[in-house]
Write a protein that binds this ligand. Structure first.
Ligand code: HEC
Ligand code: HEC
Ligand code: HEC
Ligand code: HEC
Ligand code: HEC
Ligand code: HEC
Ligand code: HEC
Ligand code: HEC
Ligand code: HEC
Length: 376
């Protein structure tokens, strides 16, 4: 043996003795050699920890240790009756999910002809309940091993970081406040993708059915906005929020998925309106002369005229509402202008081949696709 190896051996032996001594001290009470099945295993000296927790698991609280642990010859040596998740679904049979790769038998159909919904099962649930639950007792509700945010954030730090990131321009505090992740996700399984508790729009409108106060401003009541206006933007009619909004947090304002100017004026760039041009053809604003838009006087593109200016391009939001309005093309009745938020009227009237704007921007102006109005 080299000196170094010998030294290492001494250190190891010492560490082993120290560890054994510590364990002995911790186990002040000897484990009983003979046991009486069904006798309580918990007392002030035996397994006293469970009772100190806020929430004690049903079978543990009544001392039914043998509902999970197998007694061997009345000796203090146990095996588990089954491994999780089988152990748990023996009692919690409403959670009998197929394991990865296995197919679950479809339950009997409730209504004739009804399609059984495909169930999305959360991966760790099919593998091991103890990833999230303590089998005996816990200070967290539903016997979780930690708080919901901490628990979910262990594996999904990306989503949590988006909501907490200092560089995020908009954060959804719902992600880590109140019921946190559980406001929008079921922990075990769901009929809806991404473990949502309901269709995406219904999930959102559970909270956005009233004005919300946040950071000194009021966030519009979306439910009212989309149910009390006559003209609703097609994706919202289709109950979609997620093409435009990302749920956890965004480097853009209003939790948007792509860029869209928040201001009344902005220099034009296709990228600046990436949100709208992810669905609409940018030709409606990039060509000076075109028939690619109905907002034209003859072939003179009035989208181009308004939007294509540097630096004072009028942004889409000056004329169109993102979700809904009372006029065709989601044209707004008015738009907030300046620091005081003056409601600048848009005053739009539609004609068969054009329209008239009697807006707060200029004297009334008319456009006509067939017989272009002459302007100097
Ligand atoms: C619902 C099932 C269940 C019941 C009931 C149950 N246990 Fe357990 N127990 C487990 C599982 C599962 C493990 C393994 C834990 C692990 O791997 O994290 C375990 C492990 C243990 C351990 C060793 C690890 C540790 O956590 O200290 C002890 C000691 C223990 N149980 C004592 C008890 C006693 C005493 C009772 C009755 C008061 C009891 N158990 C009732 C499921 C149960
Ligand atoms: C012997 C039957 C039995 C076994 C095995 C069992 N449980 Fe339970 N569990 C119960 C009972 C009974 C309750 C209390 C039911 C109630 O109050 O509705 C309960 C409650 C729970 C709760 C809390 C419910 C709530 O609303 O707070 C969780 C979580 C839970 N069990 C998880 C597990 C996990 C994880 C396992 C496997 C390690 C497991 N159970 C094994 C019988 C069992
Ligand atoms: C990814 C983490 C996770 C895993 C894995 C998991 N659970 Fe849960 N479970 C939760 C959370 C979070 C709640 C609390 C739900 C709530 O408060 O709405 C919960 C609640 C429960 C409840 C009480 C409420 C209910 O839905 O009936 C039971 C019982 C339960 N779990 C059993 C199980 C069993 C059995 C397994 C394994 C098959 C399991 N859980 C696996 C996270 C998990
Ligand atoms: C306000 C509702 C809401 C809250 C709160 C929320 N989520 Fe989500 N989450 C969603 C929606 C909606 C989706 C689906 C996004 C999509 O399909 O584009 C999603 C998707 C996810 C995904 C899947 C991501 C992917 O790319 O497939 C994970 C993982 C996730 N969320 C974890 C979490 C965790 C962890 C928390 C808590 C820290 C949380 N979520 C809180 C609404 C929410
Ligand atoms: C032990 C790690 C682990 C924990 C803890 C965990 N998850 Fe997951 N989760 C996964 C894995 C693995 C997947 C599947 C792969 C993926 O999409 O990343 C997943 C997928 C998801 C998805 C996307 C489902 C889909 O349809 O694509 C959501 C949403 C989600 N988890 C939410 C949660 C929430 C909410 C919690 C807390 C209650 C949580 N997770 C706790 C590991 C975990
Ligand atoms: C649990 C309640 C809750 C749910 C569910 C919810 N939100 Fe929110 N949302 C809020 C609150 C509270 C605010 C105020 C800002 C903040 O503190 O997060 C907000 C703010 C917003 C904002 C404005 C953000 C800003 O910075 O201007 C948008 C956009 C938004 N939510 C979209 C959604 C979408 C899309 C969904 C569905 C995927 C959804 N919300 C689901 C509570 C919720
Ligand atoms: C076509 C894209 C699009 C769709 C689809 C969409 N939004 Fe928005 N949303 C926006 C834009 C853009 C804004 C920024 C405010 C503005 O310019 O009017 C916004 C703002 C918001 C705000 C913040 C309002 C405020 O007062 O600050 C909430 C909340 C919101 N949306 C929720 C939703 C919900 C819920 C859905 C689904 C029903 C949805 N959005 C669908 C584009 C969209
Ligand atoms: C997810 C795709 C999507 C996004 C993103 C989107 N739209 Fe739309 N929008 C549509 C669809 C689909 C229609 C229905 C008419 C059509 O097919 O062009 C429509 C219709 C419109 C209309 C009315 C046109 C008509 O013929 O009724 C206007 C105005 C409009 N969108 C403006 C915008 C603006 C401004 C943005 C950016 C904030 C935007 N849209 C983002 C999908 C989208
Ligand atoms: C100055 C007001 C104004 C601005 C700014 C504006 N629009 Fe329009 N837009 C209109 C009017 C008015 C119509 C209706 C034209 C008609 O049918 O007579 C329209 C129509 C549309 C249509 C329906 C298809 C078409 O082109 O006829 C879409 C889509 C649209 N706008 C998207 C946008 C986008 C995206 C932006 C920002 C890049 C934008 N608009 C900026 C006034 C405006």
């Amino acid at each position: 043996m080299t000196t170094a190896a010998r030294r290492a051996a001494y250190v190891l032996t010492f560490a082993l003795f120290a560890l054994l001594a510590l364990q002995g001290a911790a186990r002040a009470v000897e484990a009983p050699k003979d046991l009486v099945p069904k006798a309580s295993c918990t007392s002030t000296t035996c397994h006293p920890g469970f009772a100190k927790k806020k929430h004690v698991h049903g079978p543990v609280s009544v001392g039914e240790c043998d509902s999970c642990h197998v007694w061997k010859n009345n000796k203090h040596s146990f095996t588990l009756a089954e491994k999780s998740p089988k152990l748990c679904v023996g009692c919690h049979d409403d959670m009998d999910f197929p394991k990865k790769g296995e197919k679950k038998k479809e339950p009997a159909k409730k209504e004739a002809g009804a399609k059984p919904a495909k169930l999305f099962v959360h991966e760790p649930v099919a593998e091991d309940c103890l990833t999230c639950h303590d089998a005996h007792a816990s200070d967290y509700k539903a016997h979780l091993i930690s708080s919901v945010v901490e628990l979910c954030g262990t594996c999904h730090d990306e989503e949590l970081d988006k909501a907490k990131s200092k560089t995020a321009v908009s954060r959804h505090t719902a992600v880590f406040e109140g019921k946190a992740c559980l406001s929008c996700h079921k922990p075990h399984s769901s009929k809806f993708a991404k473990l949502l508790p309901a269709a995406p729009m219904d999930t959102c409108l559970k909270c956005h059915d009233k004005p919300l106060e946040a950071g000194g401003r009021t966030i519009a009541n979306l439910k009212e906005e989309i149910t009390t206006h006559k003209v609703v933007h097609a994706p919202v009619q289709d109950k979609e929020c997620l093409p435009c909004h990302t749920p956890h947090g965004s480097k853009l304002p209003s939790l948007l998925t792509a860029t869209y100017p928040e201001t009344f004026y902005a220099p034009f760039g296709v990228k600046a309106y990436a949100l709208c041009f992810s669905c609409h053809d940018d030709a409606l604003a990039t060509k000076e002369q075109t028939k690619d838009t109905e907002f034209r006087n003859g072939e003179r593109n009035l989208h181009y005229v308004h939007v294509h200016k540097d630096p004072k391009g009028r942004t889409c939001r000056d004329c169109h509402a993102a979700h809904a309005s009372d006029q065709s093309f989601q044209l707004r009745a008015s738009v907030p202008f300046g620091r005081i938020g003056w409601k600048l009227p848009i005053g739009y009237t539609r004609t068969a081949s054009g329209g008239t704007c009697n807006s707060g921007c200029h004297a009334p102006k008319t456009y006509d696709r067939k017989n272009p109005v002459k302007y100097e």
